[in-house]
Design a binder for this molecule. Structure first.
Ligand code: HGY
Ligand code: MN
Ligand code: MN
Length: 399
């Protein structure tokens, strides 16, 4: 089997044939299909598969033991995402075990592949939810009460899928099994293309957060309400979105995005009564990110007042900037013949785990450099090479 073959088996799961984008929210039918695919491939390799109390799936080569080597990634996607973000790391891990076995490697330590739920935070709003639950980086009560767009709570959705929400939360016994974590992921930028290299090693993750802005106005009739008689939250929110982009552009190295904008009730001939939109803001210096967001908050308050509306900005997810373990990064680079070190602007479960266990990342070249879009891409040769590279770094840790 090869990584490209493994990915071919799931290429149609959750894919929108019109746009080519993937829709695989955590514990949705498409992501459940991917979980079944993973369990099937793991069992076909004789791995022992278990789902822990936070919904993380573990496939073990050797008995679960503290200080094991763990690799893996996630299977959920952003709405309209690409084919590789998440599944590449999972498929490469499966194939890496085949490569290690073909080399006759007899591991001295157990190896596990972990599949983390809700890495994208696309259904319940908090990024890397599974690894946050495992490490205690999110309060279980807060997690249980998170809701999706349909108003379903995480507790109900997990319960419907056999994960008892009463047991969510920090799991020291499981965490102790992770001696080291190495995640392989598609590069979400052009670093490797520009360096003309097939594989890179993660050095850092940009701090990033998500804030929900809710603008309240006066719903009314589009035809009977004079322009001077309106408190239109869409007009106020549109100006706020402009302010977000302008303030981010004024802040060197900052990035701020509004990709989700929801007027309520959303009728063509209806002046909306409210608008919710979400800000994703990122910067290498966490203090700068937070200062940018407070400037945005002030601008939103001014613009709301100007348009006769009220506004509330609330943090939904926060991930501080991460510097990966330098020794491990150097070891990974050496094992890969001097692979280049790259910072990334994208968050990962490896970033959450890095506060608790030595964690590292490998990146596979993406010719378009585009991600969170159907144009995310990888050459078959680089995709298949991922498993060899991952096997190379794991072999050193297992032998
Ligand atoms: O949003 C991110 O940075 C990651 O893709 N979850
Ligand atoms: Mn992603
Ligand atoms: Mn990802």
């Amino acid at each position: 089997m090869s990584v490209t073959r493994l990915l071919d088996d799931i290429r149609s799961v959750g894919r929108d044939p019109r746009s080519g984008g993937y829709y695989r929210p955590v514990l949705s039918p498409s992501e459940l299909d991917l979980r079944s695919w993973f369990v099937g491939e793991a069992e076909r390799r004789g791995l022992d598969v278990e789902t822990d109390r936070n919904g993380i799936v573990w496939a073990w080569w050797g008995a679960p033991a503290s200080g094991s080597i763990v690799t893996g990634s996630h299977l959920d996607s952003v709405p309209g995402g690409g084919a590789f973000d998440g599944p590449l790391g999972v498929a490469a891990a499966l194939e890496a075990i085949d490569v290690l076995r073909a080399r006759g490697v007899a591991p001295r330590r157990s190896l596990a592949i972990a599949v983390f739920p809700e890495e994208e935070g696309s259904r319940f709003g908090v990024a890397c939810l599974g690894s946050r639950l495992l490490t205690g980086k999110i309060d279980p009560d807060r997690a249980r009460a998170l809701t999706d767009a349909d108003g379903d709570t995480l507790a109900d959705v997990f319960a419907r899928n056999g994960i008892d929400p009463a047991h969510l939360g920090r799991d020291d016994e499981t965490l102790a099994r992770v001696g080291r974590f190495v995640e392989l992921h598609i590069e979400q930028g052009r670093g490797l293309v520009d360096l003309n290299q097939p594989i890179g090693v993660g050095s850092s993750i940009l701090g990033h957060g998500r804030w929900r802005v809710r603008v309240q106005g006066q719903g009314n009739h589009a035809g009977t309400t004079a322009m001077t008689d309106r408190a239109d939250p869409v007009v106020a929110a549109a100006a706020m979105v402009g302010a977000v982009a302008a303030l981010a552009r004024e802040t060197p190295d900052a990035r701020a995005t509004v990709g989700r904008f929801e007027p309520f009730p959303g009728g063509t001939n209806v002046i909306a009564s409210a608008v919710s939109f979400w800000i994703d803001a990122r910067h290498p210096d966490d203090a700068v990110t937070l200062a940018l967001v407070s400037r945005v908050d002030a601008a939103c308050a001014e613009l709301a007042a100007l348009h006769g509306c009220t506004v509330e900005l609330r943090e939904e997810s926060w991930s501080p900037t991460v510097g990966f373990n330098r020794d491990l990064a150097a070891e990974l680079s050496t094992a890969l013949g001097g692979a280049p070190l790259l910072g990334t602007g994208a968050g990962h479960d490896a970033g959450i785990l890095s506060e608790f266990v030595p964690s590292g990342m490998l990146f596979t070249r993406n010719p378009t450099g585009i991600s969170h879009s159907p144009e995310e891409d990888a050459e078959d040769a680089d995709v298949d090479h991922s498993a060899v590279a991952l096997a190379d770094v794991l072999q050193g840790m297992l032998s």
